[in-house]
Ligand binder design. Structure first.
Ligand code: FAD
Length: 361
């Protein structure tokens, strides 16, 4: 292994891979002789846990995030075109729904503000409005509207989204949004980066040497117990949730903190939500009472009379169990079910069952 590198990249999550791709493949920077250090496997720390969804709809405080996302989505679409959409990019959008009429003015004002940041026009559909609402296709991304459609006509909402509660009074369909296989995307970029001569090596960057406020070398700990000293004028830090550690190696305390995100998968045996649905976000408050040992999740099933509420259990570190309470809208029966941590490893499909006769297993 050379003890000098033109560029060192730290981290092979989606950010490190994208940085290597931009440098070596897009800009043709001669990174041959550069090297890239990853403490674990590529795309395996945070990047393979993602929901893999994207949107250009951001609430501010200013237009910066909308502009960044518009550019990022332009590039994603270009990549999808070039690769015959191997990454499965779709444009189903995000659908924010509300059953609370009191929230409507705020809902509408926020949508108008975000549209004004450059996310695209806001089309408002009330009963009898002239402009037709154009539903999103389940697959593909080409020739779709941007901006958002705000559906305020209950009949229109029911016609296009019959799986939402009949109490839904507003549905905001954000159009430059959807999801794709980010892992597939990362692997395709990685292949091209390697073909451009960049090496991905296993090891943890444990120290960074600087002179006159410039990086001059990094120390890399390897599995064999050896430490390499690599001189380099350029370090790209793409350490994800460990970014603050890299900052500390440079003597800089970065104002970063990690936010826990959870993803729960469960078998939806009743087929309540069709597979072609957009990303659905119920905008009104749901009660979730957290405690160190257990959390109580309250969910009232309005549309489906047979207690079909299947709320995914939420486990965080230190959370031993989740209590799910569901109330049947046809008989009012309240059921409680304690879901222990062991439950998670068996199946995510268990649910509280009501004594209601209408229960369908
Ligand atoms: C449950 C969940 C859902 C999410 N959903 C979405 C979503 O829908 N849309 C979206 O845009 N984002 C989403 N995100 C966020 C997104 O996944 C992350 O922002 C993204 O994956 C971060 O990528 P990264 O490359 O910065 O970090 P990582 O993927 O964590 O990669 C950092 C890499 O750096 C390596 N590393 C760190 N320190 C060192 C060192 N000293 N030496 C060598 N290697 C080192 C690590 O081993 C790791 O592989 C979600 C995240 C989670 C957890």
């Amino acid at each position: 292994m050379d003890t000098h590198a033109v560029i060192v990249i730290c981290g092979a999550g989606i950010a490190g891979i994208a940085a290597a791709y931009e440098l070596a493949v897009v800009r043709g920077v001669p990174v041959r002789g550069g090297c890239w250090w990853e403490a674990g496997d590529a795309l395996a720390l945070t990047s393979d846990k993602s929901t893999e969804a994207y949107r250009n709809w951001w609430p501010g405080p200013d237009a910066a995030m909308v502009q960044l996302m518009n550019r990022s989505i332009d590039r994603l679409e270009q990549f999808a075109h070039e690769t015959d959409n191997t990454i499965g990019l779709n444009r189903r959008g995000y659908l924010y729904a509300s059953g609370d009429a009191a929230q409507l003015p705020a809902f509408q004002a926020a949508a108008a503000r975000i549209a004004g940041y450059g996310a695209g026009p806001l089309r408002i559909h009330t009963p009898g409005s002239a402009e037709a609402y154009r539903p999103a296709p389940a697959y593909g991304f080409a020739d779709q509207p941007d901006g958002a459609d705000l559906l305020l006509d209950p009949a229109l909402i029911r016609a296009h989204f019959p799986y939402l509660s009949e109490h839904t009074v507003a549905a905001l369909h954000v159009r430059r949004a959807g999801w794709f296989s980010a892992r597939q995307f990362g692997m395709l970029l990685l292949e091209r980066v390697r073909a451009a001569g960049v090496q991905l090596l296993r090891g943890k960057i444990v120290d960074i040497k600087t002179e006159h406020n410039h990086v001059v070398a990094v120390e890399v700990a390897q599995a064999a117990g050896t430490t390499l000293h690599i001189t380099t004028p350029t370090l790209v830090s793409a350490a994800g949730p460990l970014q603050a550690e890299i900052g500390r190696m440079l003597g800089v305390e970065l104002p970063l903190y990690n936010e826990l995100h959870l993803k729960a998968a469960f078998e939806e045996r009743l087929g309540v939500v069709p597979r072609e649905a957009p990303l659905l976000i119920w905008n009104d408050r749901l009660r979730c009472l957290g405690a160190r040992k257990s959390a109580l999740i309250w969910r009232r099933s309005r549309r489906y009379p047979s207690c079909s509420t299947r709320y995914p259990p939420v486990f965080t570190d230190g959370l031993k169990a989740v209590v799910v309470r569901a109330q049947c809208s046809c008989c009012g029966t309240i059921t409680r079910q304690r879901l222990s941590r062991a439950f998670r490893s068996k199946s995510m499909s268990s649910s509280p069952r009501s004594r209601c006769a209408a229960w369908r297993a």
